[in-house]
Design a protein. Structure first.
Length: 95
């Protein structure tokens, strides 16, 4: 992940007094999403990409907690419009 992207997320979190561990967790989550996108730019990601990422994590057999931690930065595209963990698991089960 480009350092400018990490800075854009971490600076406001620090300004709001978030713990370094929280910031590290958010950056870890964002990096996972960036890796999921592959060569696509984060700026081109849509809510559907976020939902697909949630479903992929659930398909790997990860726990609900892992799906939540991997997708909780509110700054991720579609984070507020994404599916719930239950919906992601149901999508995997029906596939």
């Amino acid at each position: 992940m480009p350092s400018s992207c990490a800075d854009a997320l971490s600076h406001p979190l620090r300004a709001r007094g978030k713990a370094e561990r929280t910031i590290d967790d958010y950056l870890y989550s964002l990096n996972g999403f960036v890796e999921f996108l592959g060569e696509r730019s984060l700026t081109t990601a849509k809510a559907d990409d976020f939902v697909a990422y949630q479903i992929e994590i659930a398909a790997r057999g990860k726990s609900d907690s892992s799906v939540r931690v991997a997708t909780y930065p509110a700054g991720l595209p579609g984070a507020r419009a994404g599916t719930s963990r239950r919906e992601a698991r149901e999508a995997v089960a029906s596939a």
